[in-house]
Design a protein around this ligand. Structure first.
Ligand code: BTN
Length: 322
């Protein structure tokens, strides 16, 4: 009901009377007043003028289900979406739901994570309202090996959404960090539950630095945020809806495959290609030139003797980035 009133207020380009709202939604005037009060308590600025009605003047810039849904243009992703004030990790929360049968496309967003996880066992900090942390549950009809394309496709979708919405020139640091210049803006952690030949579910976790102005000392030299890069406070709900809309397009239209034009698109957005990279094989550090990306998302590196080796995970240091 509150969501429906909000939608009417968002759609209206002028005052809308309490009477009109109660007729449109077939609810009492009292119920309308009550919902308006609770929207105000949530931070919506709603002006009310006698004989004219209500006018929505300002929405709170805090992640919230109604505003994300209002801006979403998807068929599947986010049809079920929940924003939590605080959670340990959106990935862990959604994995629990996944093992109990949660449906394909469900999204969990958090205003704060108290035990956010990064790749390779690292910590991902999300303090209240300074970033966007969210996870998406997918039940793709893929074999476990085919899941490897999901993370690069996600990186591409997020990178393009950032460029369109924030007017930035972000790029992908293989396999899936989104960077601006030499600094990281987005991290992605994909986890999966599978049997030998069949995927049960995949959880894609995405952390975007939005309002950060300071970072922990150990990452301060290599982390950035949308605020630091643009000097602007973006509308987090609109932006997140745009990111999710892009994700649906890139993941589903390509049937989770990284080939043909989307592979070219990924390569064009990949800052790692054409740079010298160093990675570890056993106990050895190997250096070469990153030349291309394979259909399964591996990095193809040319060594000084001309041989090409493929790198499929772990840490890669890219000269000139981090
Ligand atoms: C990385 O770059 O190391 C990956 C970071 C992934 C962070 C996101 S935030 C939402 C989701 N929940 C988590 O606990 N981690 C991911």
């Amino acid at each position: 009901m509150q969501g429906k009133i909000l939608k009417l207020l968002l759609d209206a380009d002028n005052y809308i009377s309490g009477q009109a709202i109660s007729e449109k939604l077939s609810v009492s005037r009292q119920a309308v007043n009550k919902s308006i009060m609770s929207l105000r308590n949530k931070g919506y600025e709603i002006e009310s003028v006698t004989n004219k009605g209500y006018l929505l003047k300002k929405c709170p810039n805090v992640l919230n289900e109604e505003l994300i849904k209002y801006n979403l243009k998807t068929d599947i992703l986010g049809k079920k979406i929940k924003v939590l004030d605080s959670v340990t990790s959106t990935n862990d929360y959604l994995k629990k739901l996944g093992s109990k049968g949660e449906e394909h496309g469900t999204i969990i967003v958090a205003r704060e994570q108290t035990a956010g996880k990064g790749r390779l066992g690292r910590v991902w900090q999300t303090k209240k309202d300074d970033g966007i942390a969210f996870s998406i549950l997918l039940r793709p009809e893929l074999s476990p090996v085919e899941v490897s394309s999901i993370t690069p496709l996600t990186g591409l979708a997020v990178c393009k959404a950032i460029n369109e919405f924030c007017m930035l020139d972000s790029k992908i640091k293989w396999p899936n960090d989104v960077i601006v210049g030499r600094k990281k803006l987005v991290g992605i952690l994909t986890e999966m539950s599978a049997e030998f030949d069949r995927v049960d579910y995949v959880v894609i976790g995405i952390g975007i630095n939005v309002e950060h102005t300071v970072f922990p000392e150990e990452i301060a030299h290599k982390a950035t945020s949308i605020l630091l890069e643009t000097g602007r406070h973006i509308d987090k709900n609109k932006f997140l809806a745009g990111v999710i809309t892009n994700l649906e397009k890139v993941l589903f239209e390509n049937n989770y495959r990284l080939s043909g034009s989307v592979l070219k698109d990924y390569t064009d957005h990949c800052a790692t290609i054409g740079r010298q990279v160093t990675f570890t094989r056993g106990s050895r550090n190997i250096t070469g030139m990153a030349v291309s990306i394979s259909n399964s998302g591996e990095l193809e590196v040319m060594l000084s003797n001309g041989t090409i080796v493929t790198v499929n995970s772990g840490e890669v240091t890219v000269q000139g980035i981090y």
